[in-house]
Design a protein around this ligand. Structure first.
Ligand code: BES
Ligand code: MN
Ligand code: ZN
Length: 514
Protein backbone atom coordinates (compact mmCIF):
# COMPACT_ATOMS: atom_id res chain seq x y z
CA UNK A 1 0.00 0.00 0.00
CA UNK A 2 2.83 2.31 0.82
CA UNK A 3 4.35 1.56 -2.56
CA UNK A 4 1.10 2.44 -4.30
CA UNK A 5 1.01 5.85 -2.64
CA UNK A 6 4.49 6.47 -3.95
CA UNK A 7 3.46 5.66 -7.51
CA UNK A 8 0.51 8.02 -7.35
CA UNK A 9 2.77 10.72 -6.06
CA UNK A 10 5.31 10.40 -8.84
CA UNK A 11 2.58 10.31 -11.47
CA UNK A 12 1.14 13.55 -10.20
CA UNK A 13 4.44 15.33 -9.96
CA UNK A 14 6.44 14.06 -12.92
CA UNK A 15 3.55 13.10 -15.06
CA UNK A 16 0.75 15.00 -16.61
CA UNK A 17 1.02 18.30 -14.82
CA UNK A 18 4.47 18.61 -16.35
CA UNK A 19 4.47 16.29 -19.33
CA UNK A 20 7.38 15.68 -21.65
CA UNK A 21 5.06 16.20 -24.59
CA UNK A 22 6.46 18.26 -27.43
CA UNK A 23 4.80 21.62 -27.74
CA UNK A 24 3.44 23.70 -30.55
CA UNK A 25 2.53 27.37 -30.53
CA UNK A 26 0.40 29.18 -33.07
CA UNK A 27 0.29 32.78 -34.13
CA UNK A 28 -1.72 34.53 -36.87
CA UNK A 29 -0.47 37.54 -38.84
CA UNK A 30 -1.42 39.41 -41.98
CA UNK A 31 2.13 40.27 -43.05
CA UNK A 32 4.69 37.79 -44.37
CA UNK A 33 7.31 37.16 -41.66
CA UNK A 34 10.89 37.64 -42.82
CA UNK A 35 12.64 35.61 -40.10
CA UNK A 36 11.34 32.18 -41.07
CA UNK A 37 13.55 29.59 -42.72
CA UNK A 38 10.67 27.21 -43.27
CA UNK A 39 7.65 28.02 -45.40
CA UNK A 40 4.54 26.07 -46.33
CA UNK A 41 2.45 27.01 -49.37
CA UNK A 42 -0.74 25.54 -50.80
CA UNK A 43 -0.94 24.93 -54.54
CA UNK A 44 -4.20 24.42 -56.41
CA UNK A 45 -2.89 24.97 -59.93
CA UNK A 46 0.73 24.28 -60.92
CA UNK A 47 0.44 26.36 -64.09
CA UNK A 48 -0.81 29.42 -62.30
CA UNK A 49 1.19 29.97 -59.10
CA UNK A 50 -0.30 32.55 -56.80
CA UNK A 51 0.74 34.54 -53.77
CA UNK A 52 3.86 33.33 -51.93
CA UNK A 53 4.55 30.52 -54.40
CA UNK A 54 4.44 33.06 -57.24
CA UNK A 55 6.81 35.40 -55.36
CA UNK A 56 9.25 32.55 -54.70
CA UNK A 57 9.08 31.40 -58.32
CA UNK A 58 10.05 34.89 -59.48
CA UNK A 59 12.78 35.27 -56.86
CA UNK A 60 14.29 31.95 -57.94
CA UNK A 61 14.10 32.79 -61.68
CA UNK A 62 11.48 30.13 -62.34
CA UNK A 63 13.32 27.48 -60.33
CA UNK A 64 10.17 26.61 -58.39
CA UNK A 65 8.04 25.96 -61.48
CA UNK A 66 10.87 23.88 -62.91
CA UNK A 67 11.17 21.72 -59.79
CA UNK A 68 7.40 21.25 -59.67
CA UNK A 69 7.61 19.88 -63.24
CA UNK A 70 10.71 17.75 -62.62
CA UNK A 71 9.16 16.15 -59.54
CA UNK A 72 5.86 15.69 -61.37
CA UNK A 73 4.07 17.36 -58.47
CA UNK A 74 0.33 17.53 -59.04
CA UNK A 75 -1.93 19.66 -56.84
CA UNK A 76 -4.41 17.00 -55.72
CA UNK A 77 -5.55 17.63 -52.18
CA UNK A 78 -2.95 16.42 -49.69
CA UNK A 79 -0.07 15.81 -52.14
CA UNK A 80 3.21 17.11 -50.72
CA UNK A 81 6.62 18.06 -52.07
CA UNK A 82 9.50 19.16 -49.91
CA UNK A 83 12.09 21.45 -51.56
CA UNK A 84 15.29 23.15 -50.41
CA UNK A 85 16.81 26.53 -51.27
CA UNK A 86 14.14 28.31 -53.29
CA UNK A 87 14.99 32.00 -53.49
CA UNK A 88 16.09 32.95 -49.99
CA UNK A 89 13.89 30.25 -48.47
CA UNK A 90 15.83 27.33 -47.01
CA UNK A 91 12.98 24.87 -46.78
CA UNK A 92 9.69 24.88 -48.66
CA UNK A 93 6.81 22.47 -48.33
CA UNK A 94 4.22 22.44 -51.11
CA UNK A 95 0.79 21.05 -50.35
CA UNK A 96 -1.81 20.30 -53.00
CA UNK A 97 -5.14 21.97 -52.25
CA UNK A 98 -7.12 21.38 -55.43
CA UNK A 99 -10.76 20.43 -54.89
CA UNK A 100 -14.11 20.77 -56.59
CA UNK A 101 -16.68 21.49 -53.91
CA UNK A 102 -14.78 23.69 -51.50
CA UNK A 103 -12.87 22.38 -48.48
CA UNK A 104 -14.97 21.52 -45.43
CA UNK A 105 -13.72 22.30 -41.93
CA UNK A 106 -12.51 18.69 -41.36
CA UNK A 107 -10.73 18.78 -44.75
CA UNK A 108 -8.91 21.95 -43.74
CA UNK A 109 -8.01 20.29 -40.43
CA UNK A 110 -6.67 17.29 -42.36
CA UNK A 111 -4.44 19.63 -44.39
CA UNK A 112 -3.11 21.14 -41.15
CA UNK A 113 -2.46 17.63 -39.85
CA UNK A 114 -0.74 16.78 -43.13
CA UNK A 115 1.71 19.63 -42.60
CA UNK A 116 2.54 18.44 -39.07
CA UNK A 117 2.96 14.83 -40.21
CA UNK A 118 5.19 15.81 -43.16
CA UNK A 119 7.48 17.48 -40.65
CA UNK A 120 7.20 14.92 -37.85
CA UNK A 121 10.39 13.10 -38.84
CA UNK A 122 12.33 16.26 -37.97
CA UNK A 123 13.51 15.97 -34.40
CA UNK A 124 14.67 19.60 -34.39
CA UNK A 125 12.54 22.47 -33.26
CA UNK A 126 10.67 24.06 -36.15
CA UNK A 127 9.95 27.68 -36.84
CA UNK A 128 7.62 27.86 -39.78
CA UNK A 129 5.23 30.06 -41.72
CA UNK A 130 2.11 28.61 -43.31
CA UNK A 131 0.73 30.80 -46.09
CA UNK A 132 -3.01 30.40 -46.06
CA UNK A 133 -3.96 31.01 -49.69
CA UNK A 134 -5.06 29.09 -52.78
CA UNK A 135 -7.68 27.32 -50.72
CA UNK A 136 -11.24 27.04 -51.99
CA UNK A 137 -13.54 26.91 -48.98
CA UNK A 138 -16.65 28.47 -47.54
CA UNK A 139 -15.13 28.46 -44.05
CA UNK A 140 -14.61 32.06 -42.93
CA UNK A 141 -11.37 31.37 -41.06
CA UNK A 142 -9.51 28.51 -42.73
CA UNK A 143 -6.24 29.38 -40.99
CA UNK A 144 -7.72 28.59 -37.55
CA UNK A 145 -8.80 25.16 -38.80
CA UNK A 146 -5.38 24.49 -40.30
CA UNK A 147 -3.74 25.39 -36.96
CA UNK A 148 -6.24 23.15 -35.15
CA UNK A 149 -5.42 20.22 -37.45
CA UNK A 150 -1.71 20.76 -36.97
CA UNK A 151 -2.23 20.89 -33.20
CA UNK A 152 -4.25 17.63 -33.27
CA UNK A 153 -1.48 15.85 -35.17
CA UNK A 154 1.38 17.27 -33.12
CA UNK A 155 1.29 14.66 -30.37
CA UNK A 156 3.63 12.08 -28.97
CA UNK A 157 3.45 10.11 -25.76
CA UNK A 158 6.96 10.59 -24.43
CA UNK A 159 6.76 10.31 -20.71
CA UNK A 160 8.49 6.94 -20.48
CA UNK A 161 11.17 7.86 -23.02
CA UNK A 162 14.43 9.30 -21.84
CA UNK A 163 14.67 11.32 -25.04
CA UNK A 164 11.90 13.26 -26.71
CA UNK A 165 10.90 11.86 -30.08
CA UNK A 166 9.98 15.16 -31.71
CA UNK A 167 10.81 18.82 -31.44
CA UNK A 168 8.75 21.89 -30.72
CA UNK A 169 6.90 23.81 -33.39
CA UNK A 170 6.56 27.54 -33.59
CA UNK A 171 3.92 28.11 -36.26
CA UNK A 172 2.91 31.40 -37.85
CA UNK A 173 -0.14 31.39 -40.09
CA UNK A 174 -0.14 34.16 -42.66
CA UNK A 175 -3.70 35.14 -43.43
CA UNK A 176 -6.06 38.05 -43.81
CA UNK A 177 -8.49 38.22 -40.92
CA UNK A 178 -5.70 37.33 -38.48
CA UNK A 179 -7.50 38.82 -35.46
CA UNK A 180 -10.63 36.70 -35.86
CA UNK A 181 -8.54 33.61 -36.54
CA UNK A 182 -6.52 34.26 -33.39
CA UNK A 183 -9.73 34.44 -31.42
CA UNK A 184 -11.30 31.33 -32.92
CA UNK A 185 -8.16 29.29 -32.43
CA UNK A 186 -7.02 30.46 -29.00
CA UNK A 187 -10.39 30.72 -27.26
CA UNK A 188 -12.03 27.72 -28.84
CA UNK A 189 -10.39 25.22 -31.22
CA UNK A 190 -7.15 24.89 -29.22
CA UNK A 191 -9.19 23.58 -26.29
CA UNK A 192 -10.64 20.79 -28.40
CA UNK A 193 -7.14 19.76 -29.44
CA UNK A 194 -6.07 19.82 -25.78
CA UNK A 195 -9.10 17.73 -24.89
CA UNK A 196 -8.17 15.21 -27.60
CA UNK A 197 -4.60 15.06 -26.30
CA UNK A 198 -5.87 14.52 -22.74
CA UNK A 199 -7.96 11.62 -24.02
CA UNK A 200 -4.96 10.11 -25.80
CA UNK A 201 -2.85 10.48 -22.64
CA UNK A 202 -5.43 8.63 -20.56
CA UNK A 203 -5.88 5.86 -23.13
CA UNK A 204 -2.16 5.34 -23.74
CA UNK A 205 -1.03 5.31 -20.12
CA UNK A 206 -0.30 1.71 -19.11
CA UNK A 207 -2.58 -0.13 -16.71
CA UNK A 208 -0.07 -0.25 -13.88
CA UNK A 209 -0.30 3.53 -13.60
CA UNK A 210 -3.83 4.07 -14.85
CA UNK A 211 -6.27 2.46 -12.41
CA UNK A 212 -9.59 4.01 -11.30
CA UNK A 213 -8.26 6.38 -8.63
CA UNK A 214 -5.33 7.41 -10.88
CA UNK A 215 -7.84 8.41 -13.58
CA UNK A 216 -9.71 10.47 -10.98
CA UNK A 217 -6.51 12.15 -9.74
CA UNK A 218 -5.42 13.07 -13.22
CA UNK A 219 -8.80 14.52 -14.15
CA UNK A 220 -8.92 16.51 -10.91
CA UNK A 221 -5.47 17.96 -11.61
CA UNK A 222 -6.41 18.81 -15.19
CA UNK A 223 -9.69 20.54 -14.30
CA UNK A 224 -8.27 22.50 -11.41
CA UNK A 225 -9.22 26.16 -11.67
CA UNK A 226 -11.67 25.75 -14.57
CA UNK A 227 -14.83 27.75 -13.90
CA UNK A 228 -18.28 26.24 -13.28
CA UNK A 229 -16.98 22.70 -12.89
CA UNK A 230 -17.80 20.40 -9.96
CA UNK A 231 -16.15 17.03 -9.66
CA UNK A 232 -17.84 14.30 -7.68
CA UNK A 233 -16.27 10.91 -6.99
CA UNK A 234 -18.30 7.93 -5.84
CA UNK A 235 -16.07 5.37 -4.12
CA UNK A 236 -16.71 1.76 -3.15
CA UNK A 237 -18.86 2.77 -0.16
CA UNK A 238 -21.11 4.98 -2.28
CA UNK A 239 -21.30 2.33 -5.00
CA UNK A 240 -22.44 -0.26 -2.43
CA UNK A 241 -24.87 2.13 -0.81
CA UNK A 242 -26.48 2.92 -4.16
CA UNK A 243 -26.69 -0.83 -4.92
CA UNK A 244 -24.66 -0.52 -8.11
CA UNK A 245 -23.93 -4.22 -8.04
CA UNK A 246 -22.86 -4.40 -11.68
CA UNK A 247 -20.16 -1.74 -11.34
CA UNK A 248 -19.09 -3.22 -8.02
CA UNK A 249 -19.06 -6.74 -9.43
CA UNK A 250 -16.83 -5.89 -12.40
CA UNK A 251 -14.37 -4.10 -10.12
CA UNK A 252 -14.26 -6.61 -7.28
CA UNK A 253 -11.56 -8.86 -8.76
CA UNK A 254 -8.99 -6.08 -8.61
CA UNK A 255 -7.11 -4.57 -5.66
CA UNK A 256 -7.88 -1.26 -7.36
CA UNK A 257 -11.44 -0.43 -6.28
CA UNK A 258 -13.95 0.90 -8.82
CA UNK A 259 -15.08 4.52 -8.90
CA UNK A 260 -17.82 6.54 -10.54
CA UNK A 261 -16.39 9.89 -11.56
CA UNK A 262 -18.82 12.71 -12.32
CA UNK A 263 -17.75 15.97 -13.97
CA UNK A 264 -20.54 18.50 -13.78
CA UNK A 265 -20.16 21.58 -15.98
CA UNK A 266 -22.76 24.30 -15.50
CA UNK A 267 -22.38 26.72 -18.40
CA UNK A 268 -26.06 27.63 -18.68
CA UNK A 269 -29.07 28.46 -16.49
CA UNK A 270 -30.10 25.90 -13.91
CA UNK A 271 -33.44 25.44 -15.64
CA UNK A 272 -31.82 23.99 -18.75
CA UNK A 273 -31.72 20.22 -18.44
CA UNK A 274 -28.20 18.92 -19.00
CA UNK A 275 -26.84 16.57 -21.64
CA UNK A 276 -25.34 13.44 -20.09
CA UNK A 277 -22.22 11.84 -21.55
CA UNK A 278 -21.39 8.42 -20.13
CA UNK A 279 -18.09 6.72 -20.98
CA UNK A 280 -16.86 3.19 -20.31
CA UNK A 281 -13.75 3.33 -18.15
CA UNK A 282 -12.25 -0.15 -17.86
CA UNK A 283 -8.69 0.75 -16.94
CA UNK A 284 -7.57 -2.72 -18.02
CA UNK A 285 -9.67 -5.51 -19.49
CA UNK A 286 -8.19 -8.97 -19.00
CA UNK A 287 -11.63 -10.46 -19.60
CA UNK A 288 -11.75 -11.50 -15.94
CA UNK A 289 -12.39 -15.22 -15.27
CA UNK A 290 -13.54 -15.39 -18.93
CA UNK A 291 -9.91 -14.59 -19.64
CA UNK A 292 -8.93 -13.08 -22.96
CA UNK A 293 -6.31 -14.76 -25.10
CA UNK A 294 -2.73 -13.63 -24.77
CA UNK A 295 -2.14 -12.05 -28.19
CA UNK A 296 -2.69 -8.32 -28.19
CA UNK A 297 -4.08 -8.21 -24.68
CA UNK A 298 -1.80 -5.27 -23.87
CA UNK A 299 -4.04 -3.06 -26.02
CA UNK A 300 -6.79 -3.49 -23.40
CA UNK A 301 -5.04 -0.75 -21.42
CA UNK A 302 -7.09 1.56 -23.64
CA UNK A 303 -10.46 0.03 -22.67
CA UNK A 304 -11.16 3.31 -20.89
CA UNK A 305 -11.21 5.26 -24.17
CA UNK A 306 -14.91 6.09 -23.79
CA UNK A 307 -14.43 7.59 -20.33
CA UNK A 308 -11.30 9.37 -21.54
CA UNK A 309 -13.22 10.92 -24.45
CA UNK A 310 -15.94 12.12 -22.06
CA UNK A 311 -13.28 13.79 -19.90
CA UNK A 312 -11.69 15.35 -23.01
CA UNK A 313 -15.05 16.69 -24.22
CA UNK A 314 -15.90 18.23 -20.85
CA UNK A 315 -12.44 19.77 -20.80
CA UNK A 316 -12.97 21.51 -24.15
CA UNK A 317 -16.50 22.74 -23.38
CA UNK A 318 -15.65 24.02 -19.91
CA UNK A 319 -12.45 25.74 -21.03
CA UNK A 320 -14.17 27.70 -23.77
CA UNK A 321 -17.19 28.40 -21.55
CA UNK A 322 -19.78 26.80 -23.80
CA UNK A 323 -23.32 27.93 -23.00
CA UNK A 324 -24.65 24.53 -21.96
CA UNK A 325 -25.10 22.24 -18.98
CA UNK A 326 -23.08 19.12 -19.52
CA UNK A 327 -22.40 16.23 -17.17
CA UNK A 328 -19.84 13.51 -17.76
CA UNK A 329 -20.15 10.13 -16.04
CA UNK A 330 -17.16 7.82 -15.99
CA UNK A 331 -17.62 4.41 -14.36
CA UNK A 332 -14.08 3.18 -13.70
CA UNK A 333 -13.03 -0.37 -12.91
CA UNK A 334 -10.28 -2.86 -13.60
CA UNK A 335 -11.50 -6.22 -14.95
CA UNK A 336 -9.20 -8.81 -13.35
CA UNK A 337 -9.37 -12.54 -12.65
CA UNK A 338 -8.82 -13.38 -8.98
CA UNK A 339 -10.47 -15.32 -6.19
CA UNK A 340 -12.56 -12.24 -5.49
CA UNK A 341 -13.65 -11.87 -9.10
CA UNK A 342 -17.18 -12.48 -10.36
CA UNK A 343 -17.70 -15.85 -12.08
CA UNK A 344 -19.57 -16.75 -15.25
CA UNK A 345 -23.07 -17.61 -14.09
CA UNK A 346 -23.09 -15.15 -11.18
CA UNK A 347 -26.13 -12.92 -10.86
CA UNK A 348 -25.59 -9.24 -10.08
CA UNK A 349 -28.07 -6.71 -8.76
CA UNK A 350 -28.14 -3.25 -10.30
CA UNK A 351 -29.17 0.17 -9.05
CA UNK A 352 -32.26 -0.05 -11.25
CA UNK A 353 -33.22 -3.35 -9.63
CA UNK A 354 -32.87 -5.35 -12.85
CA UNK A 355 -30.81 -8.47 -12.12
CA UNK A 356 -28.16 -9.59 -14.61
CA UNK A 357 -26.80 -13.08 -15.11
CA UNK A 358 -23.15 -12.85 -16.10
CA UNK A 359 -22.65 -15.23 -19.01
CA UNK A 360 -19.21 -13.84 -19.81
CA UNK A 361 -17.14 -11.76 -17.41
CA UNK A 362 -15.53 -10.34 -20.57
CA UNK A 363 -18.81 -8.58 -21.43
CA UNK A 364 -18.04 -6.16 -18.58
CA UNK A 365 -18.47 -2.81 -20.34
CA UNK A 366 -22.27 -3.08 -20.58
CA UNK A 367 -22.34 -4.01 -16.88
CA UNK A 368 -20.63 -0.86 -15.65
CA UNK A 369 -22.58 1.24 -18.16
CA UNK A 370 -25.86 -0.23 -16.89
CA UNK A 371 -25.40 1.29 -13.45
CA UNK A 372 -23.83 4.50 -14.74
CA UNK A 373 -26.52 5.38 -17.30
CA UNK A 374 -29.25 4.64 -14.74
CA UNK A 375 -27.55 6.79 -12.13
CA UNK A 376 -27.14 9.61 -14.69
CA UNK A 377 -30.85 9.56 -15.54
CA UNK A 378 -32.20 9.25 -12.03
CA UNK A 379 -29.93 11.79 -10.44
CA UNK A 380 -29.61 14.51 -13.09
CA UNK A 381 -32.69 14.17 -15.35
CA UNK A 382 -30.84 14.86 -18.62
CA UNK A 383 -32.66 15.84 -21.82
CA UNK A 384 -30.41 13.57 -23.86
CA UNK A 385 -28.00 10.78 -22.97
CA UNK A 386 -25.04 9.61 -25.01
CA UNK A 387 -22.86 6.70 -23.99
CA UNK A 388 -19.52 5.88 -25.58
CA UNK A 389 -17.57 2.68 -25.14
CA UNK A 390 -15.01 0.28 -26.57
CA UNK A 391 -17.78 -2.26 -26.18
CA UNK A 392 -17.52 -5.01 -28.77
CA UNK A 393 -15.01 -6.50 -31.17
CA UNK A 394 -18.09 -7.00 -33.32
CA UNK A 395 -18.45 -3.24 -33.99
CA UNK A 396 -14.79 -3.11 -34.99
CA UNK A 397 -15.16 -6.00 -37.41
CA UNK A 398 -18.26 -4.44 -38.99
CA UNK A 399 -16.94 -0.91 -39.45
CA UNK A 400 -13.16 -0.94 -38.94
CA UNK A 401 -11.33 2.41 -38.81
CA UNK A 402 -13.66 4.58 -40.85
CA UNK A 403 -16.75 4.71 -38.66
CA UNK A 404 -17.75 4.25 -35.07
CA UNK A 405 -21.02 2.36 -34.65
CA UNK A 406 -24.05 4.39 -33.62
CA UNK A 407 -27.13 2.67 -32.24
CA UNK A 408 -30.32 4.46 -31.23
CA UNK A 409 -33.97 3.61 -30.72
CA UNK A 410 -35.02 5.69 -33.72
CA UNK A 411 -33.25 5.74 -37.02
CA UNK A 412 -33.76 9.47 -37.54
CA UNK A 413 -31.58 10.19 -34.53
CA UNK A 414 -28.89 7.92 -35.98
CA UNK A 415 -29.05 9.83 -39.25
CA UNK A 416 -28.67 13.09 -37.34
CA UNK A 417 -25.60 11.60 -35.71
CA UNK A 418 -24.14 10.79 -39.13
CA UNK A 419 -24.44 14.47 -39.94
CA UNK A 420 -22.81 15.49 -36.64
CA UNK A 421 -20.00 13.09 -37.51
CA UNK A 422 -19.45 14.56 -40.96
CA UNK A 423 -19.12 18.06 -39.61
CA UNK A 424 -16.82 17.01 -36.76
CA UNK A 425 -14.33 14.93 -38.73
CA UNK A 426 -15.27 11.78 -36.77
CA UNK A 427 -17.75 9.63 -38.66
CA UNK A 428 -20.39 7.21 -37.40
CA UNK A 429 -22.54 4.62 -39.17
CA UNK A 430 -25.78 3.13 -37.81
CA UNK A 431 -26.24 -0.45 -36.65
CA UNK A 432 -29.70 -1.77 -35.74
CA UNK A 433 -31.53 -2.40 -32.48
CA UNK A 434 -34.24 -5.00 -33.04
CA UNK A 435 -36.74 -6.60 -30.60
CA UNK A 436 -34.93 -9.90 -31.23
CA UNK A 437 -31.76 -8.44 -29.74
CA UNK A 438 -33.65 -8.03 -26.46
CA UNK A 439 -35.01 -11.58 -26.80
CA UNK A 440 -31.45 -12.84 -26.99
CA UNK A 441 -30.58 -11.45 -23.55
CA UNK A 442 -33.47 -13.11 -21.72
CA UNK A 443 -32.13 -15.20 -18.85
CA UNK A 444 -33.69 -18.36 -17.37
CA UNK A 445 -32.77 -17.33 -13.82
CA UNK A 446 -32.41 -13.53 -13.80
CA UNK A 447 -34.11 -10.54 -15.47
CA UNK A 448 -31.53 -10.42 -18.25
CA UNK A 449 -28.13 -11.86 -19.10
CA UNK A 450 -25.10 -9.89 -20.21
CA UNK A 451 -24.52 -11.60 -23.55
CA UNK A 452 -26.47 -13.56 -26.11
CA UNK A 453 -25.53 -16.43 -28.37
CA UNK A 454 -23.22 -14.17 -30.32
CA UNK A 455 -24.52 -12.26 -33.32
CA UNK A 456 -25.02 -9.38 -33.82
CA UNK A 457 -22.62 -8.62 -30.99
CA UNK A 458 -22.68 -4.82 -31.12
CA UNK A 459 -26.49 -4.68 -31.09
CA UNK A 460 -26.79 -7.19 -28.24
CA UNK A 461 -24.36 -5.10 -26.19
CA UNK A 462 -26.48 -2.04 -26.92
CA UNK A 463 -29.65 -3.92 -25.91
CA UNK A 464 -28.19 -4.56 -22.45
CA UNK A 465 -27.45 -0.85 -22.00
CA UNK A 466 -30.85 0.12 -23.46
CA UNK A 467 -32.56 -1.94 -20.76
CA UNK A 468 -31.41 0.68 -18.25
CA UNK A 469 -32.58 3.73 -20.21
CA UNK A 470 -36.10 5.18 -20.30
CA UNK A 471 -37.64 4.59 -23.69
CA UNK A 472 -38.65 8.23 -24.14
CA UNK A 473 -35.20 9.66 -23.41
CA UNK A 474 -33.26 10.52 -26.60
CA UNK A 475 -30.38 8.04 -26.37
CA UNK A 476 -27.25 7.62 -28.45
CA UNK A 477 -25.01 4.59 -28.10
CA UNK A 478 -21.52 4.80 -29.64
CA UNK A 479 -19.38 1.68 -29.91
CA UNK A 480 -15.83 2.82 -30.63
CA UNK A 481 -13.98 -0.51 -30.37
CA UNK A 482 -12.88 -0.21 -34.01
CA UNK A 483 -11.80 3.42 -34.09
CA UNK A 484 -10.20 4.25 -30.76
CA UNK A 485 -6.82 2.69 -31.54
CA UNK A 486 -5.08 3.37 -34.90
CA UNK A 487 -2.75 0.81 -36.47
CA UNK A 488 -1.35 3.51 -38.79
CA UNK A 489 -1.07 7.30 -38.79
CA UNK A 490 -3.89 9.43 -40.15
CA UNK A 491 -3.61 13.13 -41.01
CA UNK A 492 -4.80 14.37 -37.64
CA UNK A 493 -3.34 11.64 -35.40
CA UNK A 494 -0.27 9.48 -35.13
CA UNK A 495 -0.93 5.75 -34.74
CA UNK A 496 -2.07 4.62 -31.33
CA UNK A 497 -4.93 6.18 -29.40
CA UNK A 498 -6.59 8.82 -31.56
CA UNK A 499 -8.78 10.22 -28.79
CA UNK A 500 -11.86 9.36 -30.84
CA UNK A 501 -15.08 10.93 -29.62
CA UNK A 502 -13.97 14.31 -28.39
CA UNK A 503 -14.47 15.99 -31.75
CA UNK A 504 -17.75 14.16 -32.32
CA UNK A 505 -19.20 14.98 -28.91
CA UNK A 506 -17.89 18.52 -29.11
CA UNK A 507 -19.90 19.04 -32.30
CA UNK A 508 -22.99 17.57 -30.64
CA UNK A 509 -22.51 19.96 -27.72
CA UNK A 510 -22.27 22.94 -30.09
CA UNK A 511 -25.46 21.89 -31.84
CA UNK A 512 -27.29 21.90 -28.49
CA UNK A 513 -25.87 25.04 -26.89
CA UNK A 514 -27.49 28.41 -27.29
N1 BES B 1 -13.18 -4.31 -24.41
C1 BES B 1 -13.75 -5.39 -25.13
C2 BES B 1 -14.10 -5.02 -26.58
C3 BES B 1 -12.94 -4.68 -27.48
C4 BES B 1 -12.41 -5.65 -28.30
C5 BES B 1 -12.43 -3.42 -27.55
C6 BES B 1 -11.37 -5.35 -29.15
C7 BES B 1 -11.38 -3.11 -28.39
C8 BES B 1 -10.86 -4.07 -29.20
C9 BES B 1 -15.05 -5.85 -24.45
O1 BES B 1 -15.07 -5.74 -23.08
C10 BES B 1 -15.23 -7.29 -24.77
O2 BES B 1 -14.44 -8.07 -24.33
N2 BES B 1 -16.27 -7.62 -25.54
C11 BES B 1 -16.55 -8.95 -25.92
C12 BES B 1 -18.02 -9.21 -25.65
C13 BES B 1 -18.41 -10.66 -25.72
C14 BES B 1 -17.77 -11.44 -24.57
C15 BES B 1 -19.92 -10.76 -25.63
C16 BES B 1 -16.24 -9.12 -27.39
O3 BES B 1 -16.46 -8.20 -28.18
O4 BES B 1 -15.71 -10.17 -27.76
MN1 MN C 1 -14.25 -7.38 -22.08
ZN1 ZN D 1 -13.87 -4.24 -22.27
Amino acid sequence: MKLKALVVFSLGVLGFSNPLLSKASFEFTTSVPTDKTFHVVFIDDVNNLNGMSHVLDQKSDGQLSKLIQLNKFTPEKGNTLHLQMIGEVESLLLIGSQNKDGLSAPELQDLGGKIASSLSSTKDDLNLAIHVENLKTSEALPSAHIAYGYHLRHYSFDRYKTKKSSGESDVTLVTNNADNATKLYHTDLAYIAQGVHLTRDLATEPGNNMYPQAFVDLVKAKFKGIKNVDIDVLDMRDIKKLKMGALEGVGQGSINDPRLLVINYRGSEKTNAPIALVGKGITFDTGGISLKQNTGMWAMKSDLSGAAAVAGTLYASAQRGENINLIGFMPLAENMPSQDAIRPGDVLETMKGVSIEVISTDAEGRLILADAVYYAQQTYKPKMLLNIATLTGSAGRALSDEYAAVITRDFELSQKMMDVGKRSGENVWPLPLHPNHFKQIESPIADIKNSGAGNPGASIGAAVVATFIDEDLPWIHLDIAGVDWLEADIDVAPKGSQGWGVRFMDQLVRDHSK
